[in-house]
Design a protein around this ligand. Structure first.
Ligand code: FMN
Length: 389
């Protein structure tokens, strides 16, 4: 036998049936009915719900001491397959009826539930505040373990006088169809920064106040929510074995790709401190990859109208010739020997790498003959300022 599916709509309008909020809520009903889902609308204006007196006993004991209709309505909401919270805008917010209902729900306010049921928020205004009010209600659905698949809002000046009523109806149809689908497929959305923020806030609060928020603390413990955000969301990070070689190769590929294709857009990671003879990516790359990547960090403002060719003749751990051409505010990398470079740097690759990473002082290395320079020495001194760090 298939389960009878039911959506509960809690409506905070004093107008009850016939009010704009109810008209909007009832626009949902036929589309749910098409999917064999019943909609029951509860009008808070017809219920007896006393104010919250702020005694805080409910977060200690788990229930409110006041005996009225509140607990029954929350119970219905918790049992439902989907939940709608609906309120017109009264002075920029929900109505007093809805607010009292929410305030009285403190016993449930710090108890996230793993039910992850879909729902909707609905709000009508005369032209100001309905989107914010619907967003507020959408956030509060969480108190009953529900998340919003969307908000239905409308501007209505006078009973039933909607602005673009056909569009409100069309939106209601879409949302209702989506709500029905979400209920049937037991939809979940991926975790968001808002989920994380509320988890961290609430978990911290409940833990710090555990002597006072006794029932909330019990709830978190019983659900193992203190075990972490993954457990709380019931969503887990993909487990992949860590492979240091793969990571290094990946970094190399990214840098090589940036140097080759996206030189104008992608800037490689640069070393931490300024270097008199040039800069380089700080990850473990070869000297040649480093030179290839340099156009990615080229500072065209610093270069101005400079035209120069820097030739590199590398030996030692890597044997290669390459040059950087700077002209028209651009920098490009080429392999081989340039016919007439302005300056030529002859260096063991490991020395140039160390200098570029800031591990060796460039000037001191030059003075002590660790590498040689031919041509315009002043260009060498400019090299550092031509590339972003
Ligand atoms: C006390 C009161 C305050 C209201 N405050 C606002 C408001 O801040 N912004 C707004 O656009 N409409 C405001 N309205 C208009 C209602 O939100 C609007 O008429 C709505 O359609 C009523 O929906 P209902 O028939 O479901 O109660 C207010 C109405 C009343 C009675």
């Amino acid at each position: 036998m298939t389960k009878h599916l039911k959506v509960i709509a809690i409506n905070g309008s004093p107008h009850s049936q016939g009010g704009n909020t109810s008209i909007m809520t009832q626009m949902i009903a036929p589309w749910l009915a098409k999917e064999d889902i019943e909609l029951e609308e509860i009008f808070l204006a017809d219920q007896m719900i006393e104010f919250c007196v702020g005694c805080g006993l409910c977060i200690e004991k788990g229930t409110c001491w006041r005996r009225d209709d509140h607990a029954r309505i929350v119970d219905q909401a918790l049992q439902a397959d989907g939940l709608i919270l609906a309120s017109p805008v009264y002075f920029g917010h929900v109505t007093a009826q809805m607010k009292v209902f929410i305030d009285r729900s403190l016993a449930y306010g710090h108890k996230p539930r793993g039910t992850w049921k879909p729902g909707l928020a609905i709000s009508a205004s005369a032209g100001k505040g309905e989107t914010a009010t619907a967003d507020y209600l959408a956030g509060l659905l969480g108190v009953c373990g529900t998340f919003a698949v969307g908000n239905l809002t409308a501007i209505a000046v006078g009973p039933g006088k909607f602005m673009g009523k056909d569009l409100v109806e069309a939106r209601a149809a879409d949302l209702a169809t989506d709500l029905a689908r979400a209920i049937k497929e037991k939809r979940r959305y991926p975790a968001t920064d808002r989920d994380l923020a509320s988890y961290l806030f609430m978990g911290d609060l409940v833990k710090r106040q555990k002597e006072f928020m006794r029932d909330d603390y019990r709830h978190w413990q019983a659900a193992d929510f203190f075990d972490g955000f993954e457990k709380y969301m019931d969503q887990y990070f993909t487990k992949q074995p860590y492979n240091e070689d793969m990571r290094k190769q990946w970094i190399k590929d990214l840098i090589a790709q940036a140097a080759g294709h996206g030189a104008d857009r992608v800037r490689p990671v640069m070393p931490k401190r300024p270097n008199p003879v040039g800069t380089a990516p700080s990850s473990e790359v070869s000297c040649q990859e480093l030179l290839k990547a340099m156009p990615g960090g080229f500072n065209k403002m610093a270069a101005g109208d400079l035209k120069a060719v820097f030739q590199f003749k590398m030996n030692g751990t890597e044997n290669f010739d390459a040059y950087l051409t700077i002209a028209d505010g651009r920098c490009s990398y080429s392999e081989g020997m340039h016919a007439s470079p302005d300056v030529t740097i002859k260096s063991p690759a490991q020395v140039w790498l160390a200098i570029s990473r800031g591990e060796m002082d460039g000037k001191a290395a030059f003075m002590s003959g660790k590498y040689q320079v031919e041509g315009d020495l002043s260009l060498l001194m400019k090299l550092g300022s031509l590339f972003n760090r």
